[in-house]
Design a protein around this ligand. Structure first.
Ligand code: NAD
Ligand code: DAU
Length: 353
């Protein structure tokens, strides 16, 4: 079996659902259920004997140690993190606690467990750390996309804590021989993404008749990857990645934020027209820019394509249509996650009103 952390969040839950559907290998899913974690994401596998959910913190050495001893996983995949850049600007402490100290605690627990394994199991064991392209900093318009050789230049507290976690993972391989893999991925989108992130926030606000907030001029570029493609890439790296190596994962799909928002508005205009017959694009509102906002991210995915044969299955056109349809069909999920604490965040970030 495998141990997944953060498997009730956006990417983690997509990964667990895909894994159970395609691999048949049991999963122990350890998640703290912060505001970003949601048991409803996993409703489709409630009662499935191959999925064992445990609420807890990756930094809780007693809990993680006992899970490892009890279940004897052949791999640990670490998705657990504080993941939202804007929240890291409002309050970086949680990011240091989970992304740096939590990853450190997890590595220590895994190292302790790994040391007890017989030599053959030690060799085949893997610790796969899921990270981000934001560790590489920002690109100018003509710069080449990030390769695995790019220097680390994190600019937000979020990116700095992810960079620190990547360095710890690397060090545990070089110093202790722990068989690690690291993946650095670009912006994901798809089902179960919490509507604090750009794409689900825009869909949610559009349908609610609210402003569609664009930071600054909206010409910042991100490289969008459909979440199911990220999940297949992680499974492939786990299966065949070279120990100690890093794999960049991206969609070969750079788009400016304002263009992403216009595409969503056009799809909604067709799928769920506004009562007054006007376009959702009329709700677009430019707001103050994010402090330290990275201008452009782009991933060079040639290594994982060349060495492991992975490439994304979805184009942005097909992926964004699936995503908008999913949100239209899952209004109960959206209602559930946008109650309570969600409203406090929206008021803090965009102003009450
Ligand atoms: P998310 O915020 O949706 O989910 C994070 C999950 O981790 C939640 O379920 C939360 O409850 C859990 N968690 C938080 N702190 C924890 C702790 N201390 N112990 C146990 N569980 C904890 O994040 P996401 O978007 O699904 O991102 C998953 C991973 O992928 C993160 O490591 C993130 O840095 C990385 N990543 C995300 C993207 C993206 O576009 N979303 C892109 C590249 C990399
Ligand atoms: O690049 C990978 C990263 O992508 C991940 O590591 C992070 O966990 C993930 O949150 C994401 O970070 P971003 O900051 O790029 O994602 P976000 O959806 O917050 O913002 C995408 C872009 O849209 C960014 O340029 C900021 C902008 N934006 C965002 C929001 C929430 C807006 O213009 N308006 C908004 O209201």
């Amino acid at each position: 079996m495998i141990l997944v952390t953060g498997g009730a969040g956006f990417i983690g839950s997509n990964f667990v659902l895909q894994w159970i559907a395609t691999q048949g290998e049991p999963v122990v899913n350890l998640d703290k259920l912060t505001y970003a974690g949601n048991r409803r994401n996993l409703a489709a596998i409630d009662g499935n004997a191959k999925h064992h959910f445990v609420r807890g913190d990756i930094g809780d050495a007693a809990l993680v140690g006992s899970l490892l001893r009890e279940h004897q996983p052949r791999a640990v995949i670490n998705f657990a993190a504080e993941s939202h850049v804007d929240r890291s600007i409002h309050g970086p402490r949680d990011f240091v606690e989970t992304n740096v100290l939590g990853t450190f605690g997890l590595l220590e627990s895994v190292r302790g467990y790994w040391n007890t394994l017989p030599a053959e199991s030690q060799q085949t064991f893997r610790f796969l750390h899921v990270s981000t392209d934001e560790v590489y900093g920002t690109l100018a318009p003509d710069d080449k996309p990030f390769t695995e050789q790019n220097r680390y230049e994190p600019n937000s507290p979020y990116a700095a804590t992810k960079a620190a976690s990547d360095h710890l993972v690397r060090a545990y391989h070089h110093t202790f021989g722990l068989p690690v893999l690291t993946t650095n991925c670009s912006n994901n989108y798809g089902p179960f993404q919490f509507p604090e992130k750009l794409i689900p926030l825009i869909i949610h606000n559009a349908l609610a008749g609210k402003p569609l907030p664009i930071y600054g001029d909206g010409r910042q570029v991100r490289d969008w990857l459909f979440v199911a493609d990220h999940c297949t890439a992680i499974a492939r790296v786990l299966e065949a990645g070279a120990v100690g190596e890093v794999y960049n994962i991206g969609g070969w799909n750079e788009m400016a934020n304002i263009d992403v928002v216009r595409v969503i508005c056009a799809i909604l205009d067709g799928a769920r027209p506004r009562a007054d017959g006007r376009s959702y694009a009329e709700q677009i509102t430019h707001v103050a820019d994010r402090p330290g906002h990275d201008r452009r991210y782009a991933i060079d995915s040639s290594r994982i394509h060349r060495e492991l044969g992975w490439k994304p299955a979805e184009t942005f056109d097909s992926g964004i249509r699936k995503t908008v349809s999913w949100y239209l069909e899952h209004d109960a999920w959206v209602r559930d996650v946008t109650s309570g604490a969600y409203r406090e965040w929206i008021d803090a970030q965009y102003g009450a009103g």
